[in-house]
Design a protein around this ligand. Structure first.
Ligand SMILES: NC(=O)c1ccc[n+]([C@@H]2O[C@H](COP(=O)([O-])OP(=O)(O)OC[C@H]3O[C@@H](n4cnc5c(N)ncnc54)[C@H](OP(=O)(O)O)[C@@H]3O)[C@@H](O)[C@H]2O)c1
Length: 267
């Protein structure tokens, strides 16, 4: 049983780099013990050493491919083996794919659906009941502004992020009087390895947001228990535009912006 001196405990998926690693740094600073999940053990170990050195927190790490069936059960088991009470779950792991959907490898399509949707939903189902029973707990799911409207050439990615926003908003409403916090964090273009890993060369010259700003905004928003969290004025603008401008126009603009040279169908 947790007493007042037991530090809060957070589970972060996709913690080996980018936004997930920044959540780990910020939460270690706030006094959280952590379970870091990713597949790249070298990067996870480097981050773990940094956090141990800077913050003297307890930090566990585990290699887990969250795009595999039963990954949510494994994640829950791992978390329980560290601490019986999980204060914060951050569903952050994700990857991008750009191009003609009809030419995308079926295996990558399946991995994205499993990672962005099935594993997140199943994880929430496993972690949430104990939070509700304790009347304490937070679940942050990292969605994207890409979930605000359909985006050609990122069609599957944008659709999974729209799903995560709808899922988080519905869940937040269901649990609104039960002392748990559900957040869909919706970053815009953020400077991480994400775009390079997805093989995308952004056409715009405006620099993106930092992962630090994304995490700072997300954690700050927990105080007001806001569900849909955007980052900076660009995020607010994207949300506002998505509500005011017809999706047909938004799709034409966004599709042209992300269309890779090899894609042929958008005029
Ligand atoms: N960067 C952006 O512009 C942007 C904008 C909006 C939303 N987002 C979202 O933010 C989240 C984090 O992205 P990021 O920008 O930080 O990208 P990133 O730097 O590429 O990091 C992605 C993280 O996800 C993990 N991951 C990917 N596939 C995984 C799998 N199958 N199993 C376990 N872990 C996996 C990676 O860990 P390993 O490689 O160690 O497995 C890595 O830690 C994603 O959900 C992304 O969709 C990003």
């Amino acid at each position: 049983m947790t007493n007042n001196r037991t530090p809060p405990f957070a589970v972060i998926t996709g913690a080996s780099r980018g936004i997930g690693a920044e959540y780990a740094r910020a939460l270690a600073n706030e006094g959280y013990d952590l379970l870091l999940i990713g597949r790249d053990m070298t990067r996870l170990e480097t981050l773990r050493q940094e956090l141990l050195h800077e913050n003297q927190r307890e930090v566990w790490m585990e290699s887990l491919d969250l795009s595999q069936p039963q990954a949510a059960e494994r994640l829950h088991e791992l978390a329980q083996s560290c601490r019986s009470e999980i204060s914060l779950l951050i569903n952050n792991a994700g990857f991008g794919m750009y191009g003609d959907f009809a030419e995308m490898p079926q295996i990558k399509i399946r991995e994205m659906l499993q990672l962005h949707m099935n594993t997140v939903v199943e994880s929430v189902r496993l972690f949430l009941p104990a939070m509700l029973a304790r009347k304490q707990g937070t679940i942050i799911t990292v969605a994207s502004v890409a979930g605000f409207f359909p985006i050609p050439y990122m069609t599957e990615y944008a659709a999974t992020k729209a799903f995560l926003i709808a899922f988080s908003e519905g869940l937040a409403r269901e649990t609104q009087n039960q002392d748990v916090t559900i957040q869909a964090c919706c970053p815009g273009f953020t400077e991480t390895d994400f775009h390079q890993s997805a093989g995308h060369q952004p056409k715009h010259v405006v620099s993106g947001q930092s992962a630090q700003l994304v995490v700072q905004t997300s954690l700050q928003a927990l105080k007001s228990k806001r569900t849909l969290v955007t980052i900076g004025w660009q995020g607010r603008l994207a949300l506002w535009i998505s509500k005011l401008i017809p999706h047909s126009i938004m799709m034409a603009i966004a599709g042209k912006a992300v269309k890779p040279p090899s894609a042929t169908h958008l005029k």
